[in-house]
Design a protein around this ligand. Structure first.
Ligand code: PHE
Length: 523
């Protein structure tokens, strides 16, 4: 057994073994006291300090499986009541009556004695005990001492013991039982309480360790003091060894928010794939958020129920160089071969300011500014939708967005890029379903298998000419926009998306970032 034991643990093991392997804290503590005393190590602890040290050591021993704690069925204990405490200090009433009687020469008038504090009760008990007797003399009743009381009665001995120990187990039988029953018959002298007692029990391995320990406990010190060195006292002591495996309180070091952790991982994957990060404004023109993406101006997603519009300022400046091209595409296809939407395009609608509803607004801005391939960019950023917040929806969340612009790029490449991306996050199974977006053709829904379930994680496709031509882009643009929180929920095994924002310290401390992904990745 290589367990390192504190000297107190050793003392407890030895004491418990000597007590037959089972004892209450109380019994154990007094046994430990005796052992330490006989080892020349008078432990300078008072009763209650020693008791709590012993209890603490029992806790350590339990963690080491050397003892176990059992709750015994509840037992009855006798404790002092208010009058009882007073009697211990001032003496029992019958004792006081007899003392007073003695000082009066052994005889007194009953009324004189009744005047004493608790005199009447004292007289009653003194008579019952046969110490005094009454005698009529004329109109007076006299009290006479007939038998001197013993030095100490059994009741007095018992009460004094109770005073110093605090409690005593209710005796099952014997003379003590009678004493206690008599005391219980008196008012508020002692009372009974029910308690269950913790029993410390040696386990098999505890017994083994205990039997190897000598019952003579060598004094051990936990700290080498200057005094021990100066006096040479260190020669006579044993220095306690440290148990470096002893349990300690947990330390919660600073860590990143679980959502930030996923964002960092996603960005890392993109960077490994040779992408560069782009950023765009959160407050966006409807022009970039919708019009540039060939979303008709009466598209339902534009409505207030889905989109947060700004009240102040409510509109911004349109990028003049692109207005004509976008207008033409919307109205009649603008020479792209499309028929457009066939309505009159309103610059006022396009000027409206809103909180971007997807990061594709940022993508198309960047595309307009760069134009020439090759382009490989991404963003992981915040978007806003006028959703009622519930376990599945937030009004503010993140999208994982990206585009690849390259001559000859096609749908196969798009699938390859997305698979590669998710593979890097440890997600092996990715599949695609046909879908629709106003700005892509063809369009695909991206699904990933995680924890046995297929999750819809977002949209993708190849930008339509109506989206790219107004900005002078004529090469294929592979584009996608994927949910971040949905992914993060599965990674952390969450049922409620709001968990990310509750700041529940217990969850934040316990959550281990990306455990499932890392495991998947290693395979
Ligand atoms: N913007 C789309 C959304 O918010 C996703 C998407 C991005 C689809 C790019 C196709 C191409 O769901």
């Amino acid at each position: 057994m290589s367990t390192v034991l504190h000297w107190l643990e050793k003392a407890v093991l030895v004491a418990l073994n000597q007590l037959g392997g089972r004892a209450s804290y109380e019994e154990l503590s007094s046994k430990v006291g005796q052992l330490l005393e006989s080892s020349g190590r008078g432990l300078s602890l008072d009763h209650s300090a020693r008791l709590s040290s012993v209890a603490k050591a029992c806790g350590w021993l339990r963690d080491k499986h050397l003892v176990r704690l059992e709750e015994s069925p509840s037992r009855r204990f006798v404790v002092l009541d208010v009058e009882g405490e007073e009697y211990v200090v001032k003496g029992l009433p019958e004792r006081r009556v007899v003392e007073s009687l003695r000082s009066k020469g052994g005889v007194a008038v009953v009324d004189e004695l009744k005047e004493l504090d608790k005199g009447e009760i004292g007289l009653m008990w003194a008579r019952r005990l046969g110490w005094v007797d009454f005698e009529k003399r004329g109109s007076d009743t006299l009290v006479k001492l007939v038998r001197p009381p013993p030095e100490k009665t059994e009741a007095e001995v018992f009460l004094e013991g109770l005073y110093s120990r605090g409690e005593a187990e209710f005796p099952e039988s014997g003379p003590e039982r009678r004493v206690v029953e008599d005391l219980l018959r008196r008012q508020r002298v002692v009372r009974l309480v029910e308690k269950s007692v913790k029993q410390v029990v040696l386990t098999d391995s505890g017994r083994e360790v205990a039997s190897q320990l000598s019952s003579y406990l060598v004094p051990e010190v936990t700290r080498l003091t200057p005094d021990l060195i100066k006096t040479g006292g260190w020669r006579g002591v044993v220095l306690s060894s440290y148990d470096v495996r002893a349990p300690t309180p947990p330390v919660y070091a600073a860590k990143r928010h679980p959502l930030v952790e996923v964002i960092r991982m996603v960005k890392q994957a993109y960077v490994e794939m040779g992408f560069e990060e782009i950023e765009g404004p959160v407050v966006e023109l409807a022009f970039w958020n919708f019009d540039a993406l060939f979303q008709p101006q009466d598209h339902p997603a534009r409505e207030m129920q889905d989109t947060f519009y700004l009240l102040e300022p409510s509109a911004g400046d349109l990028p003049a160089e692109y207005v004509e091209g976008v207008k033409a595409v919307h109205e009649d296809g603008g020479g792209t071969g499309s028929k457009g939407w066939g309505y009159e395009w309103s610059p006022d609608e396009a000027r409206r300011l809103l909180l971007r509803t997807h990061t594709t607004a940022t993508t198309i801005r960047h595309l307009a500014a760069t134009r020439t391939p090759p382009i490989k960019v991404f963003s992981v950023d915040r978007i806003f939708r006028n959703e009622k917040v519930d376990w599945k929806h937030l009004a503010e969340f993140h999208q994982i967005e990206g585009i690849v612009v390259e001559k000859g790029a096609n749908l196969r490449m798009l699938m390859g890029v997305l698979k590669d991306f998710y593979h890097r996050l440890g997600l092996r199974e990715v599949r695609f379903r046909p879908s629709f977006f106003p700005y892509t053709e063809p369009s695909m829904e991206v699904e990933v298998k995680l924890g046995g379930r297929w999750l819809e994680l977002g949209g993708s496709g190849i930008f339509r000419p109506e989206t790219t031509h107004p900005f002078g882009v004529h090469d294929p643009v592979l584009a996608w926009g994927l949910g971040l929180e949905r992914l993060a929920m599965v990674i952390y095994g969450l049922e409620d998306i709001r968990t990310f924002h509750l700041n529940d310290l217990r969850w934040l401390r316990s959550v281990s970032p990306l455990e499932p992904l890392h495991t998947a990745r290693r395979r």
